[in-house]
Design a protein around this ligand. Structure first.
Ligand code: DGY
Length: 365
């Protein structure tokens, strides 16, 4: 069993050991190349846990299969780095780690929203640089979020959690765009609006937009929460940035290539009152030229899910996926994965994205 990076906590290791796995952990902190992972897989490997920075395609799944591999899990909820079709072709179930990073990643999007709106990083640099000479009426004027409109593009688990935080925290109106109507989110906001009305306060409202363009035009703050695929690559391009308010704020904690990053650099250079908060980049770990010089952009090193609790939970889910498949268990069906965080693990794989295709039977209670 190969794990391509050291993972936090030790519960995940116990789970693999209970499945009789001998675990080989790659200790390098560098991004591993396909050839290096192939070497680690070697001639005998029952399963693997890999990272979002690695290219899990035909070459690696063929190598894993040839080594007797039966399961793979990404140590991430997103799996745009995995060619699921190739894994399926080799009959290998692919796991991911949803449910433990919802609030954590939403909180990072909130942190970036406030940091961008109130110019926190820029002002921190100013203080450390010894430039503060005393209070001034015009020093670091930012944007007030209270009672403005927040736009969410992709209102799945993380997008909905972010929306609730901003609506409740700042009484913002919400406009969201998603393939599905998010009834739970709409009901939640309607309920909150009723509460505000009952207190004699201005209610909030929630609108499902017909298009991405509508969100970009109407919102003061826009946060992206989409998986990366062919339909979302460069979704935010020059034309769409041009639709946004001149002083809008754009947040991305999803995947870098959802934004055409060079275009964003140009847009931020041309519109000094426009702000962005980014946790992800098109060519990670690199940034497009000019991005790091912009004062109106806050940049983080893809740490949206980086809390101890979440990263340990992700390790438990990834190990649980591989261990369960090796033991012949079925695939968990409920989006609530919290039973896997208890001491008494369900006899199921927490999240297998190609379960139907590779014939992993569903878990029945
Ligand atoms: C994910 O899980 O997809 C995040 O980007 C990293 O936690």
């Amino acid at each position: 069993m190969v794990v391509t990076k050291e993972l936090p906590g030790d519960r995940w290791l116990e789970i693999l050991k209970q499945a009789d796995c001998m675990v080989e952990v790659c200790v390098s902190t560098d991004v591993l190349r396909v050839s290096e992972i192939k070497d680690a897989i070697g001639e005998r490997c029952d399963g693997a846990i890999g990272q979002l920075t690695e290219d899990w395609g035909e070459e690696l799944f063929a190598a894993l299969k040839a080594a007797g591999g039966k399961a793979y899990s990404n140590y991430a909820v997103g799996y745009n780095n995995v060619d699921v079709g190739a894994a399926t072709k080799h009959g290998i179930p692919v796991g991911n780690t949803p449910g433990v990073l919802t609030e954590t990643t939403a909180e990072m999007a909130v942190a970036l929203s406030f940091a961008a709106a109130r110019r926190v990083v820029e002002a921190d640099r100013f203080m450390r640089g010894g430039h503060y000479k005393g209070w001034l009426p015009t020093l670091f004027l930012g944007e007030l979020l209270h009672q403005k409109t927040v736009g969410v593009i992709g209102a799945g688990r993380i997008g909905s959690a972010y929306a609730r935080m901003m609506v409740e925290g700042c009484r913002m109106d919400l406009i969201y765009c998603d393939h599905h109507q998010r009834k739970d989110l709409e009901d939640y906001i309607a309920f909150y609006a009723e509460f505000l009305k009952s207190q004699g306060q201005k209610p909030v409202y929630c609108k499902r937009a017909a298009s991405v363009e509508e969100v970009l035009q109407e919102a003061d703050l826009v946060s992206l929460h989409l998986p990366l695929d062919n339909t979302t690559h460069h979704l935010i391009n020059r034309e769409r940035l041009g639709l946004m308010k001149e002083n809008a704020i754009l947040i991305n904690t999803s995947r870098g290539p959802v934004i055409d990053e060079s275009t964003l650099v140009a847009h931020c250079q041309e519109h000094p009152n426009f702000r962005a908060g980014l946790d992800v980049y098109e060519d990670e770990p690199d940034m497009k030229p000019g991005l790091s010089e912009l004062d109106n952009v806050v940049i983080m090193p893809h740490t949206g899910s980086a809390t101890g609790w979440t990263r340990q939970g992700m390790a438990v889910l990834a190990a649980g996926n591989v261990a369960a498949i090796l033991m012949g268990y079925p695939a968990w069906q409920d989006p609530d994965i919290s039973p896997f965080l208890s001491d008494d693990l369900p006899k199921a794989a927490p999240s297998i994205v190609n379960a139907d295709e590779v014939g992993v039977r569903p878990f029945m209670v």
